[in-house]
Design a protein around this ligand. Structure first.
Ligand code: ADP
Length: 230
């Protein structure tokens, strides 16, 4: 494992600015792999299409576990075919949504329970850094109205639904205090990018130092202050 291979994930409600930020990050980290979940693999695209069809009249009609397992299947493809091979080659990976979306969108299943399943089956690596782009739901929806590509049924769920998702993301900070960085996304794109980039740069520097001092223990998660190793 190359010492500088990081798994960076960007999370947040639709319209919070994830793709916009990732585009800027990809220019700063030209050798990184940019991916997305669930649509980072062919199977993931099918899962997205299928689950989107399960949103009817603004309501998800599928059983929560069924829904979750479909996303878990997409994650298995993504982790095993894209994320792990890239990290193993020493390539930093930036993913638009990842494990935290699974925690937040199906939160009623319980983070402990679903993270246990993912750990024992897919062995999903936890990200090194996660940025949660936080913005009021109404403001994010206004941005989406301006977006040119077609919104999905998913984007059209009620304001209350998106509000719950926003709160879910904010609550993740308690579970993963070191990994999660809540970023105020109701700001100029450049300002957001600069704050995010400072955190990544610091992490890259710290990893170099830890490596030199023999502190970094394993590939993805076992750094000194890793949430999963506490
Ligand atoms: P997401 O990927 O989270 O759904 P996008 O990056 O596609 O969000 O952004 C949604 C819309 O909001 C796009 O039209 C984008 O240009 C715009 N946008 C993104 N970030 C900002 C920002 N900081 N300020 C104003 N508009 C933004």
């Amino acid at each position: 494992m190359n010492k500088k291979a990081l798994l960076i994930t960007i999370e947040g409600i639709d319209g919070s600015g994830k793709s916009t930020l990732i585009e800027k990050l990809s220019k700063k980290l030209p050798n990184s792999l940019i991916t997305r979940e669930p649509r980072g693999t062919e199977l993931g695209k099918m899962v997205h299409e299928l689950t989107d069809k399960q949103v009817i009249n603004g309501k998800i009609i599928t059983n929560t576990w069924t829904y979750w397992f479909l996303y878990a299947a997409a994650q298995s493809e993504h982790v095993n075919n894209i994320i792990k091979p890239s990290l193993n080659k020493g390539q930093t990976v930036i993913s638009d949504r990842y494990i935290d979306s699974m925690f937040v969108y199906q939160s009623k299943l319980g983070i402990e329970k679903i993270s246990g399943i993912l750990e024992q089956s897919i062995e999903t690596p936890l990200p090194n850094i996660t940025f949660v782009l936080d913005i009021e739901v109404e403001k994010a929806q206004k941005r989406l109205q301006k977006r040119t590509n077609k919104n999905t049924n998913w984007d059209n769920l009620s304001l209350e639904f998106h509000q719950k998702i926003r709160e879910g993301y904010l609550g993740l900070k308690e579970h993963f205090p070191n990994r999660i960085h809540i970023i105020n996304a109701d700001r100029d794109k450049k300002e957001i990018f600069e704050e995010v980039w400072k955190i990544i740069e610091k992490k890259l520097r710290k990893d170099d130092e830890d490596w030199d001092l023999g502190k970094r223990q394993c590939g993805v998660n076992e750094e000194e202050d890793c949430d999963s190793c506490q």
